[in-house]
Design a protein around this ligand. Structure first.
Ligand code: ZN
Ligand code: ZN
Ligand code: FE
Length: 760
């Protein structure tokens, strides 16, 4: 066969290749290799037809694999010869399919290596802190409308200088069709302001920022998707200022390290963690500490949230700074959404910070930093925002027009376009008006951006969730809109099924804090047979009084008293353990009175509250300053040398923990360490899940197990459960692209809504 003979080839490239500048890249490659034809987006990748010789094709293929944009991930390239056609040029075919239109909106991409190099070498971009190219830079955060071109972004007001324009128009340039292209001459600029004045001279800004961050300053610095509050991770004063500002909120802070090497001194980084940390998404990755950082960052926790620089400004900062690490946390007051506007930052932060660093390119879509963890080598997203939003989840069914409004905590909604599930970025806990306003604003923007009109609305069962009220309001405004309510824990399981593309019936373990059950009680430890339509509750944790309702979720000691009283009755007063000694007869008596008189004391079946009780009984945590503090401290206490576990009782449909609690108290009396007790407790849950799974499989044949709910953010629990179940030949699914916590609820609601709707 003549290798030089020109033939027509069809090339299918599969993987994540949309919205990352891939087609302009292929265009360049094709021209470079003298190939004519076309490229078109498909649902699972792109397809090209090219005329050329076999050797041209083969070098084209190698070049594509070698030089693909950073954010692209190619799974496969298939080349096949097809009937001869003739082409005059190479063209990018406009896609007629709406979903491909949508997938062209890329998430924000961390600055690429070439741009960092250009920042040192290109005369018009020397030190330019907002440098970007086709392969990197802001995307979702600056998009106002479709199609994705400069006029539809917040770069519209900046006119390209002749040099940028020529790069933008030159298909041989890496900035060919890079919408936010900019340089020192024409692009947005940084600004530093403090009580004494302001400057827009970049060298001064950088010097001043570095000087302040070398000391005890707290600064607000504009990031990609919102403001960060930033201080030196090794200066107690700075950390103290940040804690004062966030006083109602004890959440651990994330730390940005200068480099992977610097981070390695403080945290353990395995291969998968490294890949995630360095990925173009640049999420916060939870990593096991090797060394303690100063107090106030992530006290008492085994993990530290770590990220690496992702904006040119971060790199410039660390080049000059002597500290290897900065505390970087969302620029907000607790429970409020991250601030994005320069004016608002000035209004809200001036009184607390030593300076504000901003730039004059507007952030249109707010996106917080994403948070990931690695569970058994699988990167698992826990907070889905920057770098992920608005990438859709592809499903096998029609979702068009379905809106799912999500849960209450870690709020987010999910909308269906054709077969795509579009998850909103994390919008914060839907407990106050500010967060609700952000949620609403994001919803309106998504409607416009994705040309979405709701035809069905799906919400949680809980009537008081702001997300449910939002659904009800939509229905009131449009009485023809059907409304479906989905039980919280069912939604968790459906979301895991959707993540894994499962059909049919599965066995689900849905363990979390709370969600409203179909019997009016609060649920949170549910073992169910489930599909996308229905579920059958097979087992749950014994209902326990939650003295004080919501208050008890913030005060684990109340749950400790509740369990102790349940197990010991009035003997609780005679127990000699830290909890009973700390609170004494009077305070415990008040709680017991609430329980006995059933005053503001709902009944809960909840894994989260069991964790709370054990954390309180062992004296680890009496009051929580952030969500899931007690379970996180309990996980952090784990002692890997301990092999033991505790007994528990399984009756028809119910698991109770009287003997577990009694044994914990005995262990405390015996002087067993908190670490041992915490570990035995975790082992108990693992065994419990294993035993129930075996029992249920024997009866029903179900061998696919889906884990859902916030409790499975616990790495130790999830890993052990998955290992043990797989040993027994179960197939186990833990969602990793959809958060396992309540941010994932909306996706589950969407899937259930789609299936029930067909029956309506
Ligand atoms: Zn770049
Ligand atoms: Zn320019
Ligand atoms: Fe939940």
């Amino acid at each position: 066969m003549n290798k030089r003979l020109s033939e027509t080839y069809r090339i299918g490239i599969k993987g994540l290749v949309q919205g990352v500048g891939f087609r302009p890249f292929l265009f360049r490659m094709a021209i470079e290799h003298g190939l004519k034809g076309w490229v078109e987006n498909r649902n699972d990748g792109v397809v090209l037809e090219l005329n050329g010789s076999e050797s041209q094709l083969s070098s084209f293929r190698s070049a594509v694999l070698a030089h693909a944009p950073t954010a692209a991930s190619i799974e496969s390239v298939e080349i096949q010869k097809v009937a001869r056609k003739s082409f005059d040029s190479f063209e990018i075919k406009a896609s007629s399919d709406e979903s491909t239109f949508i997938t062209e909106i890329s998430p924000d991409i961390a600055v690429c290596r070439e741009c960092l190099n250009d920042m040192k070498t290109q005369p018009h971009r020397i030190g330019y802190p907002l440098i970007n190219c086709t392969h990197c830079g802001p995307r979702f955060s600056i998009i106002r409308d479709l199609p994705y071109d400069r006029a539809h972004t917040t770069m519209a007001s900046f006119e390209m200088c002749p040099q940028c324009r020529s790069e933008y128009s030159d298909l041989n340039d890496r900035r060919f069709h890079a919408q936010p292209v900019a340089c020192n001459t024409c692009g947005p600029v940084y600004r530093f302001e403090h009580a004494g004045g302001a400057t827009e001279v970049f060298k001064e800004i950088l010097d001043r920022t570095c000087e302040l961050l070398s000391g005890d300053a707290l600064l607000a610095i504009k990031g990609t998707g919102g403001f960060h509050l930033v201080c030196n991770a090794f200066r107690k004063e700075g950390i103290a200022k940040l804690r004062t500002m966030k006083r109602r909120d004890g959440k651990p802070f994330a730390v940005m390290f200068k480099s992977l090497e610097e981070a390695q001194h403080y945290v353990e980084i395995g291969e998968s963690e490294k890949a995630e940390l360095c990925s173009w998404r640049r999420p916060i990755v939870l990593l096991r500490k090797r060394r303690e950082l100063p107090r106030g960052i992530a006290d008492g926790l085994v993990n530290l949230g770590v990220m690496l620089p992702y904006m040119p400004f971060h790199y410039l900062l660390f080049e000059q700074l002597t500290t290897p690490a900065l505390v970087m946390t969302s620029g907000n007051f607790s429970d409020e959404p991250i601030l994005i506007s320069n004016d608002r930052a000035r209004e809200q932060f001036s009184a607390f910070v030593d300076g504000i660093v901003s730039y004059n390119r507007e952030i249109f879509n707010r996106v917080d930093d994403s948070v990931c963890t690695v569970i058994r080598e699988v990167p698992t997203v826990l907070r889905r925002a920057r770098g992920f939003a608005p990438s859709p989840i592809r499903t096998g069914f029609d979702l068009e027009g379905i809106l799912a409004t999500g849960a209450e905590l870690t709020g987010s909604f999910c909308m269906g376009k054709e077969h795509l599930a579009l998850m909103s970025p994390y919008t914060g806990d839907l407990k106050n008006l500010e967060t609700l306003a952000f949620y609403q604003e994001t919803y309106e923007r998504y409607c416009r951006l994705f040309r979405f009109t709701p035809r069905l609305v799906v919400s949680d069962l809980h009537p008081d969730y702001l997300s449910t009220r939002f659904a009800v309001k939509l229905v009131e405004e449009n009485p023809d809109l059907p409304h479906i309510s989905v039980q919280h824990h069912h939604a968790h399981i459906a979301s895991g099924m959707l993540n894994a593309g499962l059909e049919g019936e599965v066995l689900g373990f849905s363990f979390d804090g709370t969600g409203l059950g179909t019997d009016g009680h609060m649920w949170g430890a549910e073992v169910m047979k489930a599909d996308y339509i229905n579920f059958e509750r097979l087992f749950h944790f014994e209902y326990m009084p939650l003295p004080g309702g919501d208050k008890a979720s913030k005060e684990p000691w109340r749950m400790g008293v509740s369990y102790l009283h349940h197990c010991f009755g009035d003997e609780i007063y005679d127990l000699k353990i830290p909890l009973t000694q700390r609170f004494g007869r009077q305070e415990m008596g008040n709680i017991i009175a609430l329980i006995q008189k059933r005053i503001n004391t709902p009944m809960v079946s909840s894994a989260g509250r069991l964790f709370d009780a054990v954390a309180a009984i062992t004296g680890l945590n009496y009051y929580s300053t952030y969500q899931a503090e007690a379970p996180m401290l309990l996980e952090s206490a784990i002692d890997l040398n301990e092999q033991g576990s505790y007994p528990f009782e399984i009756e028809t449909g119910k698991v109770s923990f009287t003997s577990l609690i009694r044994s914990v108290v005995e262990d405390i009396h015996k002087g067993k360490s908190t670490g041992s007790i915490a570990t035995k407790f975790h082992h108990t849950l693992v065994q419990l899940i294993l035993r129930l799974s075996l029992e249920i499989r024997a009866e029903s044949g179900l061998d696919r197990i889906v884990l859902g709910g916030g409790s499975f953010q616990n790495n130790f629990l999830s890993e052990k459960v998955m290992d043990k179940l797989e040993n027994e030949n179960f197939k186990v699914y833990l969602p990793h692209r959809i958060p396992v916590n309540d941010q994932g609820i909306a996706a589950g609601q969407l899937a259930i809504g789609a299936h029930r709707w067909k029956l309506m």
